[in-house]
Design a protein around this ligand. Sequence first.
Ligand code: CS2
Length: 447
Amino acid sequence: MNDDQTLPRLSRAMEFPGLPVPPVRIVHLGLGAFHRSHQAWYTQHAGDSADWGIAAFTGRRPDAAEVLSAQGGMFTVVERSGNGDSFEVVGSIVEAVDGADVGRLVELVAAPATALITLTITEAAYAADTVQSDTSSTPLARLVTALAARMAAGGGPIAVVSCDNLAENGTVARSTVAAIAEDSDPALATWIEANVSFVSTSVDRITPRTTTSDLDVVADACGYRDAAPVVTEPFRNWILSGEFPAGRPRWEDAGAVFVDDIEPYENRKLWLLNGAHSILAYAGLVRGHSTVAEALSDDLCRDAVEAFWDEAARHLSDEELAIPAYRRALLERFGNSRIAHHLTQIAMDGTTKLRMRALPVLAAERAAGRSGDGAARMIAAWVAYLSSTTDIHDPLAIKMQDAKTLDGEHRTAALLALISTELANDAAAVSQIHRQLDSFAATTTHA
Ligand code: CS2
């Protein structure tokens, strides 16, 4: 951080002097950069933002809460386009709390004024095996504890709004929460069913991790010290579907869109944006690149993305989705080299991500009698990446080590089993992916 102590530290009094602090009506689980550049930004830009404060809880570590608390929850959003940066202070987070503070979570969720609980807890946190491990330290287990307190306090209906990159995220959140509640108290499960609305959303805003040089950029441009800025692209998108029984901010004022059927929008985002990201991450890392923009400028990676997009687009036929324009916009967004979006960040948790990004397109293409080679290539790039590194971040990392002791097609099959047993048991699919791996390896050797 810019340690020029002559600069003042960002604070609420500096930016919003004399303005009342918005009351907490939103509880958020997963206080990270994306929450701040997305939901916190939308909340600040809602016409009724003065009525909607967010209490945001961190995931595993207290650090982000400590840093934000020291500046009254305030932070700078740096919008980084291809031409320059613009800066805006966001103040919608009014309380930043260590996720381990379950007492405060319980208190806030039980309060009748709280109308919404938003989630960015990562895709992996919804997995059924997380539930079975039954550790009360998982975010959804904590949420259930807090909902029990709301039931006991007569806090009334509430909405849970999932903002993680998974298909039907509201429905998945509902079934995981229901399973945990059922396990601890069937009466609670019944109350949740009647009183908690699970909203599905498709979220989009590319937000890499903040670096120390970003802190200096903010100090130089804004004249204050901010230990928690976020750097993000100008583009943002939020599509939501579901009921808000206790109300919600007017996010539509900020461009959010409310729809009845979210599935086509989710698929467009998960397949075209996130799927391409995974291809660029795995193929790009194997080929020696470090950022999305670098990988995209490599023809082999770019061709793999386009081939996958051609396949996915066949299953995104609704004209409203405007796929050609969406694809063009993605190329421009990915090509923004002023945003250093590191491939290693995207490469994490591949088992969970590929289930959403590659498998549906592969299945749809094969069901239509086509090869699905574009989707198979994404999986092959993941296998190549796993074989090329020991630095793996994945909920199934330990099982991967066992798979990696095998060779050739056996190794491919064992790794595939981690994303889909059905696929791993399908000899034709295993050979198809293994062939893609061989041809990928051949081009990589000559890169
Ligand atoms: C990325 C996403 O890390 C990843 O897996 O694909 O975080 C992506 O940047 C966001 O979904 C963009 O909205």
